[in-house]
Design a protein. Structure first.
Length: 238
């Protein structure tokens, strides 16, 4: 009888352990993303296009830094520097453009945060696969959000919606986001449709024309995160 009681006790204990559900990858990513959006980091950003029959081509590369609170973001490429910051409840972007005559051109305007390209409120992430990047096993999570593109000329202003797709590459051991891929293909497609509408074509016909193109390029931005949680300093460009 005593032996039977012990067996039953062990069985119940094992059943209890089995019923304690460990957090799965889709649950773990929630805390990681929350820490990411509150963090400071540096990054390399590269824009790519893919043309059917021509392969992938890097269009531009920028080095960046981001401080989440108070928000500051800095990017530098071959021909421009961009400094984004928060002031009196609004986000501003200062752009310094290098010109061929050696004189710099400066532009300041209101905008959304540069990080809104890849991190927004209420994003939902789904684990899709594991992938090796630089000999490191990373878990890849997908997400997406809806965005409105404004296409305009001097006579007309059009707003068309599109879906931006995201892939986050995360090291679940260190709980750090290592890479983000932003698929801008649909955004680019919407801009093509808007351009045709500005030229007098109906929206339905413009969509049909663009959908029929077999050589539409795909566009993506690859952001490699570095020095997450480091001591990031941003000097405002002059």
């Amino acid at each position: 009888m005593r032996k039977l009681v012990m067996i039953v006790f062990v069985f119940i204990s094992l059943s209890f352990i089995g019923c304690q559900r460990l957090p799965n990858k889709n649950e773990k990513i929630i805390d990681i993303i929350e820490q990411f959006r509150k963090g400071n980091y540096e990054y390399t950003l590269k824009g790519y296009s893919y043309e059917p029959g021509q392969g992938e081509k890097c269009l531009y590369e920028m080095q960046g830094k981001l401080i989440s609170d108070p928000y500051q973001q800095y990017e530098k490429g071959n021909m421009e520097e961009v400094y984004a910051y928060e002031k009196e409840g609004s986000i501003y972007r200062d752009i310094k453009l290098s010109t061929n005559d050696g004189k710099n051109k400066y532009i300041t305007y209101k905008a959304e945060k540069g990080s809104e390209l890849y991190i927004r409120d209420n994003l939902k992430f789904t684990y899709i696969r594991d992938e090796k990047v630089d000999d490191c096993k990373l878990s890849v999570f997908s997400s997406e959000y809806e965005k409105e593109n404004v296409i305009a000329d001097s006579n007309m202003r059009i707003t068309l919606s599109c879906t931006i797709k995201l892939e986050y590459y995360v090291d679940l051991k260190t709980e750090v986001v290592q890479r983000i891929i932003v698929d801008l293909t649909e955004s680019d497609k919407v801009d093509e449709i808007g351009g045709l509408i500005l030229n007098g074509i109906t929206e339905d016909d413009a969509k049909e024309i663009v959908d029929a193109r077999s050589n539409m390029s795909s566009m993506k931005v690859v952001i490699d995160i570095k020095n997450f949680g480091g001591d990031i300093k941003i000097n405002r460009p002059h």
